[in-house]
Design a protein. Structure first.
Length: 113
């Protein structure tokens, strides 16, 4: 299994956050609900249980239809999504800084030997 994102490490591995994390990581693409469930690593039932809340809070928006199929993506213009993106960037920055500190400490410890 792939390493958990810093977003999921911080917010938890709930289906709702897994959906948001998948859409954040793929924010320039649009997907069917089935593709979102698969990409987030959750069941269709879990997606269905959280979908209404995601739409109500403008986390997701429909982008286009192909026949009867509707594609969705992250609603980049929504205030909550903007805040989630800022939070994700801060988490990534903090993780990178922590990794840098570990590398410097490790290098210093290696020089002392």
């Amino acid at each position: 299994m792939a390493e958990e994102s810093v977003f999921l490490e911080f917010f938890g591995n709930s289906p709702q956050f897994r959906i948001i994390d998948f859409l954040l990581e793929n924010r320039l693409k649009d997907f069917t609900k089935t593709e979102i469930a698969k990409g987030a690593g959750i069941s269709w039932a879990s997606l269905f249980n959280h979908w209404e809340e995601l739409e109500k809070n403008n986390i997701v928006k429909p982008t286009r239809g192909i026949g009867k199929i509707i594609l969705y993506q992250l609603d980049e213009g929504a205030p909550m999504v903007k805040q989630l993106r800022k939070m994700e960037l801060l988490l990534i920055k903090n993780a990178a800084e922590e990794e840098e500190v570990k590398m410097v400490s490790s290098a210093r410890a290696g020089k002392r030997k």
